[in-house]
Design a protein around this ligand. Structure first.
Ligand SMILES: *[C@@H]1O[C@H](CO)[C@@H](O)[C@H](O)[C@H]1NC(C)=O
Ligand SMILES: *[C@@H]1O[C@H](CO)[C@@H](O)[C@H](O)[C@H]1NC(C)=O
Ligand SMILES: *[C@@H]1O[C@H](CO)[C@@H](O)[C@H](O)[C@H]1NC(C)=O
Ligand SMILES: *[C@@H]1O[C@H](CO)[C@@H](O)[C@H](O)[C@H]1NC(C)=O
Ligand SMILES: *[C@@H]1O[C@H](CO)[C@@H](O)[C@H](O)[C@H]1NC(C)=O
Ligand SMILES: *[C@@H]1O[C@H](CO)[C@@H](O)[C@H](O)[C@H]1NC(C)=O
Ligand SMILES: *[C@@H]1O[C@H](CO)[C@@H](O)[C@H](O)[C@H]1NC(C)=O
Ligand SMILES: *[C@@H]1O[C@H](CO)[C@@H](O)[C@H](O)[C@H]1NC(C)=O
Ligand SMILES: *[C@@H]1O[C@H](CO)[C@@H](O)[C@H](O)[C@H]1NC(C)=O
Ligand SMILES: [Zn+2]
Length: 722
């Protein structure tokens, strides 16, 4: 159990693009080293030469244009539901490139703070009022923009609470257990958690489940690894360290149990939709984010009280302020007042959809990025991806100008309201489900395309090999070390590790309906400039000065995504590696086996899943051999059969009634960990049932999971006639 939790925490850093955990990122481990074909084979030429079409696509990327698109997206309020003009501008850009583009509108539940304040009242009566907005910097024009969006936790509860408070480390189940075991009273107190490890909403849920009255989550310097002021780095805007006033906004909805609009879980939001009660899906207690500067007085006031950090002995408990003891408190007489009034209402949001029809209308590839941001800027999250999507559309425009038509239909999505809880993408998927289930070949997600030079991606086994191969074709810019191609940077960063998909960005609804997905992005390593995630300083100024001066990384990431999309859309044979999908299932099975070994049911029989995987591997090898033959003989009939099976097989993974307790999460192969929120659990229904100690449910889900894998294997099966 302890091992499981720690591996989940670390995987959490790798499995999502939007909501990365900085601390864990700096201490990567390699739990899922499943991609084993990275060895540079005896290639005649490295990097490999591009075809004429590939050259057109890659050379179309222009850093000046990327900078222009980035500037546009980062100079106006574009919080979910706030900016239809920006959606229309995006549609126009895609239309100019030759796509058929339009808006798709959905009315969804949104929250916005009417009032927010946090005051520390010390035992001696002195007070400290927290600043819930970043300092204005003359170098960064967006830090003083009109109509700045307040720093808040989307989907938080409301309340005016004054209470003693307790430092709870990262706020994991195990952290709370330490406090409970030490006899610290938690009921009606306020939790003070640092941002590390797990998804922020899970921390709030853990506090609420223990009867606590509110939650404060702060940024600790521990999250910044090497690059801190204490280590001698100047803070933004003068240097690469974190500006101490930066605040991490973000949603605190219960992300591991649903995605999308919390009033229409499981169906699309339309003006006349029936709507449910949000209270099952969002916290009811108030919750507020805090900068590291404003957390300091709160931590200082707890010193000498409660459980010491040494006694707690929990990873991530002792933070990065070397002069703070990180004692839990509560400190008698030291109280915090949170006064947080949230307004919830239904408002329209606007996805932008862009389409080029393929010659084969029953095969569709979707590529998407969200557009909404927590702040006026959002230069990395998400608008590095948005700028890239416009250049990607322009690159395909160059081919369209020459009369080219893709074999498969290409759909671009610019999703709104991702930050509130993946609303734009989820409602779109829910309103196009039968069509997507019959036609979707894959969904490709880019969220934070660039927040630093270190590339990573997560995704489905069958897609991985070919996505890695495309990286070898992309030259890596100078200035970030000696890496000839993107592949070299990726391998240096990840050692070939590709994580399973959890949640935290717009792939979730596609993947949970059995559509193969990848999620690609890049971020900073332990010595790169600190990325001010969900802060006012995620701005054009930061990006063009520290994150990606010259927009070279934007170019690189965009070229990669473009080649990936081009090949999926246009190759005669969909470029999947089914044997690798089998290898990935085997690696996940071995992790499940470890979980079982350390659980309360070490003798549990999970062999039905192992047997199903054996059958899958057999069918995967068989169809790969047939595909190879069909290519050699250019047998169009067989190629069409193989393509349809490559498109459909992963639908088998979706379990119709959903995973236990979360009916819209259906994929039996991976899903966000219930107690983590971002990072993936593999074979999640089995893992959850084991963790709950429910042997009957565990056995039921071993059976259902093995049947789902057998369904996928059966779809792959090519009759003896071939
Ligand atoms: C929408 O975004 C654009 C571009 O950033 C900006 O110019 C405009 O002022 C924004 N509109 C609103 C209503 O904030
Ligand atoms: C919030 O609570 C404080 C202390 O309990 C009280 O003084 C204050 O008037 C309350 N504010 C509102 C807006 O209710
Ligand atoms: C939603 O549920 C909560 C808790 O059960 C209840 O207090 C509230 O009145 C409900 N709201 C609506 C609109 O039904
Ligand atoms: C701290 O926890 C680790 C395992 O998490 C354990 O090995 C170690 O003995 C503990 N240290 C103390 C002082 O309890
Ligand atoms: C601890 O260090 C911070 C700077 O890192 C400083 O602002 C703060 O005043 C110090 N606190 C104490 C109690 O010395
Ligand atoms: C694309 O295909 C769809 C469905 O087959 C059709 O309705 C639409 O008119 C086509 N669009 C264009 C621009 O050809
Ligand atoms: C990554 O690059 C650094 C610096 O060039 C080098 O020291 C390190 O060994 C590389 N790591 C891997 C896994 O290639
Ligand atoms: C684009 O790249 C060129 C060549 O490296 C550089 O001189 C220029 O400043 C870059 N443009 C922008 C807008 O960053
Ligand atoms: C499962 O774990 C046990 C130890 O708990 C080990 O003996 C066995 O080889 C493992 N099986 C697989 C398939 O990994
Ligand atoms: Zn994002």
């Amino acid at each position: 159990m302890a091992r499981l939790l720690s591996s989940l925490v670390l995987l959490g850093a790798l499995a999502f693009a939007c909501q990365r955990d900085w601390d864990a990122l700096h201490r990567r481990i390699h739990q899922h080293k499943v991609y084993n074909r990275h060895a540079k084979r005896a290639v005649v030429e490295y990097p490999p030469a591009l075809t004429e079409t590939e050259s057109i696509l890659v050379n179309s990327f222009d850093n000046k244009s990327l900078s222009d698109w980035s500037y546009y997206y980062t100079h106006g309020d574009h919080l979910g539901s706030h900016n239809k003009t920006m959606a229309e501008w995006t549609a126009q850009k895609w239309q100019d490139a030759g796509f058929n583009a339009y808006l798709a509108e959905y009315p969804i539940w949104v929250t916005y703070p009417e009032h927010s304040s946090l005051t520390l009242i010390r035992a001696d009566g002195t007070t400290h009022e927290a600043n819930l907005v970043e300092d204005v910097l003359k170098e960064d024009d967006t830090s003083s923009y009109p109509n700045l969006i307040p720093a808040y936790h989307g989907m938080s509860g409301s309340g005016n609470v004054t209470a003693e408070y307790v430092y709870v480390g990262r706020g994991t189940q195990a952290d709370f257990k330490v406090l409970e075991d030490a006899g610290i009273e938690l009921t009606d107190k306020i939790a003070l958690a640092n941002y590390g490890g797990i998804y922020r909403g899970t921390k709030v849920k853990n506090a609420q489940d223990r009867g606590m009255a509110g939650c404060v989550i702060f940024t600790d310097p521990l999250d910044d690894g090497e690059v801190t002021e204490e280590n001698g780095y100047a803070a933004y805007p003068n240097g690469p360290a974190r500006n101490p006033s930066s605040i991490q906004r973000g949603s605190v909805r219960f992300s591991s149990i649903y995605s999308g609009d919390p009033t229409t879980v499981g169906w699309a939001s339309a003006p006349d939709s029936p709507r449910g009660n949000v209270s099952d899906y969002n916290p009811s207690i108030p919750s507020i984010p805090l900068s590291m500067k404003d957390a300091l007085p709160l931590l200082e006031a707890l010193e000498g009280h409660g459980v010491t950090a040494k006694e707690a002995n929990r990873s991530g408990w002792t933070g990065g302020f070397s002069n703070i003891t990180y004692d839990s408190g509560p400190a008698p007489g030291a109280v915090v007042n949170i006064n947080h009034l949230m307004r919830g209402y239904i408002a329209p949001v606007w996805d932008v959809i862009g389409i080029i029809n393929g010659t084969s209308s029953d095969e569709v590839v979707v590529v998407g990025n969200h557009r909404d941001a927590w702040v006026i800027g959002g230069a990395a999250d998400p608008n590095s991806g948005s700028a890239i999507l416009i250049e990607l559309a322009n690159a395909f425009g160059k081919l369209l100008d020459k009369g080219w038509k893709p074999r498969r239909t290409i759909v671009l999505g610019s999703w709104d309201a991702e930050e509130f809880g993946l609303q734009g993408s989820t409602e779109w998927v829910e309103s196009h489900l039968p069509w997507l289930q019959t036609t979707a070949v894959a969904y490709l997600n880019m969220d934070v395309g660039v927040s630093g030079p270190r590339t990573s991606f997560s995704g489905s086994g069958e897609i991985q090999t070919f996505v890695v191969e495309q990286m070898k074709k992309i030259l890596f810019p100078e200035g970030w070390g000696d890496f000839p191609t993107l592949y070299d940077m990726w391998y240096n960063t990840t050692e070939g590790e590709i994580s399973p998909l959890g949640s935290g960005s717009d792939y979730a609804s596609f993947y949970q309906n059995g559509i193969g997905c990848i999620d690609i992005g890049s971020d900073g390593g332990s010595t790169d400039p600190i990325y001010h995630y969900h802060s006012n300083y995620d701005s054009y100024h930061w990006m063009s000065t520290f994150g990606d001066p010259g927009f070279k990384l934007h170019t690189t990431m965009g070229q990669w995504l473009t080649l990936v999309l081009y090949h999926i859309a246009d190759d005669v044979l969909i470029p999947w590696d089914l044997p690798n999908a089998g290898t990935v299932l085997q690696a996940y099975f071995s992790e499940l086996n470890d979980t079982v070994g350390e659980s309360d049911f070490p003798d549990l029989d999970i062999s039905p899943i192992g047997d199903a995987i054996d059958e899958f591997v057999h069918q995967a090898e068989h169809i790969a051999a047939i595909a190879e033959q069909a290519q050699i003989f250019n047998d169009e009939v067989i190629l069409a059969v193989v393509n349809s099976k490559y498109r459909d097989f992963s639908r088998g993974y979706a379990s119709a009634g959903g995973l236990p307790g979360r009916e819209t999460f259906k994929n039996v192969v991976s899903a966000p960990g219930i107690d983590n929120g971002y990072g993936a659990d593999v074979f999640p229904a089995v893992t959850d049932s084991i963790n709950k100690g429910d042997e009957e449910a565990t056995n039921l889900w071993i059976e259902k999971t093995s049947k789902a894998i057998l369904r996928a294997a059966e779809i792959l099966e090519v009759g003896t006639g071939y």
